[in-house]
Every structure is written in C-alpha cells, then in structure tokens.
Write a protein that binds this ligand. Structure first.
Ligand code: ATP
Ligand code: MG
Length: 365
C-alpha cells in the first residue's frame, strides 16, 4: 500500500501557508488491510479510517458516481485497484487535486501547481457539476485566497452558472451549506464569497434576499478586518433586510441561535443605535430591556460592533454612548427596592422607573 498526503495539506505547503489538518490517502489497500494495521473506521459504509495514534483521517482511494439528486445520491467505489490519478480526478479544484508521498515527491496529474502559480481556481473535470456544494467551496476558497490574488477560472465560473441554473443548489442540506457559509464568513475577505456566488448566479438561488442590497458587503469586509466573531459577520451580511427576509435566511440555513438572534436584533435596532444620541431616554430604555443588557452584556457589545462596522473607518461615536447608557441602567440596584418591600410585577415596574431616571440623568450628563 502507498500512503500520500492530499488536498489542503499539499496545497497550503506549496503556498507557504500553515497546514492545520492533514488528509491522507491510501492506495492499494483493502478495508481488511486497514483493520489489520489498527486503523478504526469512521463510519459503516464510508472508506475512511482514523490512525490508531495520531487520529488523522486516512481515506481509501475511491472513485465516485452520481446516482441521484443531492449529496446522498453518490455511490463510492473503493478498492485496491483504484489508482492515485483516479482518486484525484474526482476532487473539486486542481489545486486540491495534488498528492505528496513520504519522500516529498508531489504528484500533480491535473496541473495544480501551474494553477497555484497563476493564482487560478479551476475545476478538475466536468464531474465537478455532480456535487453542487462545490459552488460554495469555490466561492469560499476565492474568499480565503483573494489576498494572494486568486480568481476563479472563466470555464469554472461557467460550470458554476450551469449548476446554479439547473436548480441543484436547492438540493443541498442546510447543514452542508451552513458549514461552508460559516467557514467563508470567517475568512479574511468574506465579501468575496458573496461576490463569487453572485457572479455565478448561485446567490439568487441560495440567498435571493441579498441580490439587491449588496452594500452590506462593505460592512462584512470591515467586520473581517476587525476580526469580529461569526455572529457579527452574519448580522452585518443581513443588515438592512426586512424582518421577514432575515428570518427566512436564518431558517433556511439553520444558523446557530447566536447568529440568528444577533441578525434579528440588528435588523430591528440598528436604526435606533445610529440615532442613539438623539434618542429619548424611554426609547433607549426599551432597547436596553429588549437586549437584556443586564444579563447579556456581550450580546449588546456584538450588536454595537455590527452597527459600527457599517460605518467603515468613519468611527462610531454612538458606540461609547450606548455602552455608557447600558452601564447607567445596569448600575441601578435591585436590593434597595426589595428591601422597600417590592416584589413581582411591582418590583419590575419600579426597577424600570429607576432605570429610566438613570438614563435621563445620563442623557443630561
Ligand atoms: P481546508 O483547508 O479548508 O481544510 P481542504 O482542501 O483540506 O481545505 P477539505 O474539506 O478538508 O478541504 O477536503 C480535503 C480534500 O478533499 C480537498 O482538498 C478536496 O480534494 C477534496 N474534497 C473535499 N470536499 C470535496 C467536494 N465536495 N468535492 C470534491 N472534492 C472535495
Ligand atoms: Mg482539510
């Protein structure tokens, strides 16, 4: 049996980038050979194993055929007679279709190194169209490697357009799509992901809500520049959309709760935040209550960050003003009210009244 490093590890080493996880490929082995060497299978009917010591993934060389709609509709053929070239040809991009053996020899049957040098994201073969997730993957790699000058090959973009037009993107599960979206948003140029989806016609299939409001891309870019967390980036992307559109996008991709919440809150209150300095204390209080800034201070910070990102480098004086208001409301003590004999609804009302007074004083101060 022959063992090779494949995929991202080879690509990123050649690019001089840090390699995070290594994918291994095993050619010329049977499932029984793997068991005999102490490898543990990852799943029942998938030819992938975990190394007994390192825990890294070792996949048996395989070919695959599309047998139906969606990703479930794939049949794999893993056997010792599948060659390295046969395994590599089923991969998405030429830069991802290289292998390296223990001596450091690079196997590159599909021109990955030339494409790396020329900064081109190019599909390996027409079989690219068999898995629509690859459209998102290409857009994600474009976002990741944009700072290095990479772009999508014209023929690959044409193939992506065909996939988009075929309607196959609708067959992707929320989980598979979100995983790509999430990773793309965390790249250094996440707006490139959205731009490439737009250019390939995939955006109007996946996120039609974003088709006419792409000025939010500047906010998203800004959020990445400031190393903002995922929820802030998602909220920046959805900023300015109608509540129904925000809800639809949240649900379509089953975004994590934190992302969903922040996007909804930004949709509802970003205008208030922008006008914070002119806002009457009662409206300010209503907003702080809605955010539950008393128990969820970080969520309010993320909200402020998302609002600030939309202003570019102009600065956002509202941020400190809002933080000050939250601090003033938070400083109101519950204890004296309880000691005065208040409880239940009465306590809630009194607390609110005190907080309003605190905000009035803050506004004058
Ligand atoms: P990353 O740095 O994001 O991990 P990667 O290239 O290693 O990048 P993985 O998702 O770890 O990406 O996949 C490993 C390899 O498997 C890829 O380089 C590619 O060759 C292949 N691959 C993964 N998913 C697909 C897919 N949907 N279609 C075709 N090839 C794929
Ligand atoms: Mg990888």
């Amino acid at each position: 049996m022959h063992i090779y490093k494949v995929g991202g590890a080879v690509r990123d080493r050649l690019l001089g980038r840090p390699v995070s996880d290594i994918d291994w490929l095993v050619v010329g082995a049977t499932v029984e050979d793997m068991h005999a060497q102490g490898f543990r299978p990852v799943g029942a009917d998938f030819p992938v194993f975990l190394h007994p010591k390192t825990g890294e993934e070792y996949a048996l060389a395989r070919t695959e055929r599309k047998s139906g709609r969606g990703y479930g509709g794939f049949t794999f053929h893993a056997s010792p007679d599948v060659t390295l070239e046969e395994d590599l040809i089923r991969r998405d991009l030429t830069i991802n279709a290289m292998a390296e053996d223990e001596q450091g020899t690079v196997y590159d049957p599909y021109g990955g190194q030339v494409d790396l040098e020329q900064r081109i994201l190019r599909h390996v073969s027409p079989a690219f169209a068999e898995d629509p997730l690859r459209v998102l993957r290409v857009a994600r790699f474009a976002a990741r490697y944009a700072p290095l000058g990479f772009h999508v090959a014209e023929q690959t973009l044409a193939l992506m357009r065909q996939i988009a037009e075929s309607g196959e993107l609708q067959a992707l599960t929320a989980e598979r799509s979100w995983k790509e979206i999430e990773r793309a948003l965390m790249e250094s140029e996440p707006q490139v992901f959205v731009q490439v989806l737009h250019d390939s016609g995939a955006l109007k299939e996946l996120m039609p809500e974003l088709e006419n409001g792409r000025d939010t891309l500047a906010a998203l870019h800004q959020a990445a520049q400031h190393q903002q967390p995922l929820a802030v980036r998602w909220a920046c992307l959805l900023r300015g959309l109608e509540p129904a559109a925000i809800k639809a996008l949240n649900q379509r991709f089953k975004a994590p709760r934190e992302c969903q919440e922040l996007a909804v809150l930004v949709g509802e209150f970003a205008g208030h935040a922008d006008d914070a300095l002119q806002l009457p204390p009662a409206s300010l209080l209503e907003m702080l209550q809605k955010f539950d800034v008393y128990r969820r201070p970080q969520r309010f910070e993320d909200f402020i960050a998302a609002c600030a990102m939309a202003q570019g480098d102009a600065g956002y004086p509202q941020a400190d003003y809002l933080r000050g208001a939250a601090a003033a409301a938070r400083a109101v003590e519950v204890k004296p009210l309880v000691e005065a004999g208040l409880s239940g609804q009465g306590l809630g009302e009194a607390l609110k009244g005190e907080r309003l007074k605190a905000l009035q004083a803050y506004k004058l101060g």
